[in-house]
Write a protein that binds this ligand. Structure first.
Ligand code: CP
Ligand code: NVA
Length: 310
């Protein structure tokens, strides 16, 4: 179903396609752990354009492609002619002549949309200022491992900045029928159009999407609590100001007291201890958080196999 398609946003996926990715990710993980070869993309190549920093995304895509039997090329935005002003639409058409797929991490979401429009090979969004779909699909896989496969009605609370992660969580929760609440300071809510789209998507699955400024209300009885940095890439200059505004939104022991007893805390990383999460809460949930990091590999292998395979 996903063959030849782009993965720009979870909103574009059907419920079945979302399920297909999560299912294959779990299968590929089991195969890798059992030492079973799965060179589904033998002879295929992925170009990875990075206009922002990365640890997890770069390494997991590159290793993932290798494990699938293909080859990944790291393309720094600074070194490409793209960095000297070559148009995205030309870059897209040139790369389409060499590669079987493109992964891109950049600032404006419209750059990824344009790349996908002009490329005739699948384009995978590896983070924009608006969305981070690969991470949220990974988080859904991780939640399933801890809470069971059926996420219907599962209570998830996001606490912090209404950023690319929050936007993608809303789309992911809507596809899975989850009860999702985001608590952010006033003025730092997730994107309005995404909120509207996710609320619309939620109708089909029985999910609910709630925005609040009260972190305690969001976390009450939550099965999963997630947070992310208060200053995303590109917002470094606002970091000090944001630390003051976001202080009441720290995920700490006191905030978690009203969550479900079996609550898990997740973080896409990199984490800033003492800011969005305390050292104590981070370390108490380290096994979940590093499973989440590992699952980037398995989820992205599934995304590449489904979009670039065949
Ligand atoms: N979570 C995540 O995308 O990490 P990187 O920025 O290290 O790729
Ligand atoms: N919101 C963060 C996520 C990092 C993986 C950022 O965009 O920097």
């Amino acid at each position: 179903m996903l063959r030849g398609k782009d993965l720009l946003s979870i909103h574009d996926l059907s419920v079945e396609e979302t399920e297909e990715i999560l299912q294959l990710a779990a299968e590929l993980k089991a195969m890798q752990q059992a030492g079973v070869e799965h060179k589904i993309l033998e002879g295929k190549t992925l170009g990875m354009i990075f206009e922002k920093s990365s640890t997890r995304t770069r390494v997991s895509f590159e290793v993932g492609m290798y494990q699938l039997g293909g080859q990944a090329l790291f393309l720094s935005g600074r070194d490409l002619q793209l960095g000297r002003g070559e148009p995205i639409k030309d870059t897209a058409r040139v790369l389409s002549r060499y590669l079987n797929g493109i992964m891109i991490r950049t600032y404006g979401h419209e750059r990824v949309v344009e790349l996908a429009e002009y490329a005739d090979i699948p384009v995978i969004n590896a983070l924009t200022d608006l969305l981070h779909p690969c991470q949220v699909l990974t988080d859904l896989l991780t939640i399933r491992e801890y809470k069971g496969k059926n996420l219907q009605g599962l209570k998830m609370a996001y606490v912090g900045d209404g950023n690319n992660m929050t936007n993608s969580y809303m789309y992911g929760a809507a596809k899975m029928g989850m009860t999702f609440t985001a608590a952010t300071p006033q003025g730092y809510e997730p994107n309005a159009e995404v909120t509207q789209n996710a609320t619309e998507d939620a109708k089909a699955t029985g999910a609910s999407i709630t925005l609040t400024n009260d972190p305690y209300a969001a976390v009450k009885d939550a099965d999963v609590v997630v947070t992310d940095t208060w200053a995303s890439m590109g917002q470094e200059a606002q970091h000090e100001e944001r630390k003051k505004i976001f202080a009441p939104y720290q995920v700490n022991k006191e905030l978690l007291a009203s969550a479900d007893k079996r609550v898990i805390v997740m973080h896409c990383l990199p984490a800033y201890r003492g800011e969005e999460i305390t050292e104590e809460v981070f370390e108490a949930n380290a096994s979940v958080i590093f499973d989440e990091a590992e699952n980037r590999l398995h989820t992205q292998k599934a995304i590449m196999a489904l979009t670039m395979g065949g």
